[in-house]
Design a protein around this ligand. Sequence first.
Ligand code: HEM
Length: 543
Amino acid sequence: MDKERRLWIALAFVMSISFAVLGYYGYQIYQQAPPIPDRIVTPDQQTVFTGEEIKDGQNIWQSMGGQEVGSVWGHGAYVAPDWTADWLHRESLFILNKHAHKEFHKEYNALNLEQQAVLKIRLQKDVRKNTYDPKTRITTLSQDRAEAIAYLSAYYKGLFMDDPQFDKLRNDYAIPKMSIKDPERMRRMNGFFFWATWATVTERPDSRVSYTHNWPSEELVANVVTPDLLIWSGVSIIILLIAIGLLVYNHVLSGKDDELETPVEDPLLREGMAPSILHVKKYFLIVSLLIVLQVLMGIITAHYGVEGNGFYGLPLDQFLPYAVTRTWHTQLAIFWIATAWLATVLYIAPAVGGNDPKFQVIGVNFLFCALLVIVLGSMAGQWMGIMQKLNLIQNFWFGHQGFEYVDLGRFWQVFLLVGLFLWLALMVRPLLPILRRKTEEKNLIVMFLISCTAIAMFYGAGLMWGRRTNLAIAEYWRWWFVHLWVEGFFEVFATVVIAFLFVRLGLLKTKTATTNVIFSTVIFLSGGMADLTLRKKTREVKL
Ligand code: HEM
């Protein structure tokens, strides 16, 4: 069996195994996600939050920028705190202080170690116990926790609305006054913060670890790292070292390629000059503008880290807050990188084929307009979402989804997916005649087509959650998007495109390029997907 054939089989093997494992852990996450109860009640059956209010609260947090303002379960931005870690710590101290005052007439921190230990164990027994009843779908709180919720709800209301005593903290966190404008929205967002925090400390049924696998670390409530996590982290590092060793070994064994002859003339001059190629030029102009805008947003975002409420004294946070600049900064990176690659392929495909299929020019121009509408429309929607100008349904469709890298509203996502399939059609058509010719380049072009199809298809992972989906499940699919699409298939695609260009430039032999492309794809995908799988394992979840 020749080398290329063996590599194709290895690729098929890696893909099947990895997706099977991913599917298995996906199934587990659906089964084990922290439940959203129908009601959370006090010991005397007073409803504190309903399930619908918690789901609304999640949508309100998303509309404010979600993971672009602090983080939840560790996913998100850095300037503001992780709200679940923050809530957990403040809730623990509130309950500990309450008991310390009642029993010892002192603050918890002023107690001796034995006194602290007694109170801590009492707290741990309270908050780690899973009081969700799957039959009634009700979670019952202790009196202490109900009081802690009232206390923390007032605290977060002051912070996210306009209590002057939090001016300094808002500046530190780069959160403008009145980030949330309506007290009822604030109440529901507190419901979501409580539920998400509940999942970080409540033990899963028949288990001693919390739904988030004891994350965040919080010694007061015995959220400590588990042996499982240490073992899997160790295993990942060992696998990484072994794999690097194997790659070096393979490289040493593979020997040197035959020398290539230097081309007598510029090989690109031989390429066909299809009319649509000229129309692709404007894509690169837009890419350059998007890079400038992205870096500008990065600079403003960085500045908010030191002056959270303005820009050299200008009250910039009133109309361009940190949540907006950070969202645009991260999203524009995806937009310009994707546009640059799409344009490269729109340039190469007709050049290789030598002519334009019917309507290619119209397609290239239509796609360009669609991309502009998506970039500008999604950015405008995100601004409106963060400024709290949309209701929750409008926000989901046109505003801010609050998930880092998938911040754009669902309508823009679907529009982009359609655009990606249009792009796929535009690049497949000029290449089909070459495929039929069965030249030496065939395998490289097949790989090229596979990677382009994956780019179009896997963007769809970002559509797998809905507006009311449990955060744990939405996060599973977001990881598909970030790791399989952005880090996985875009990497494969980049390698294929670059190899292809090198062959065209006469710098690489077709056979060398093809085998190396398939080989590196096996490495990317086994490495990338094993990484995803190990994360899922750690999340075994964590959920
Ligand atoms: C002068 C140039 C740049 C500046 C000043 C800058 C600044 C920043 C700042 C301040 C953050 C937010 C950190 C936080 O508060 O959470 C950030 C995040 C980020 N930036 Fe940049 N950036 C620059 C260029 C770039 C470029 C060129 C890219 C990609 C092509 C990029 C990609 C990202 C990404 C992906 C994040 C999110 C990181 C995360 O959440 O872990 N940045 N950048």
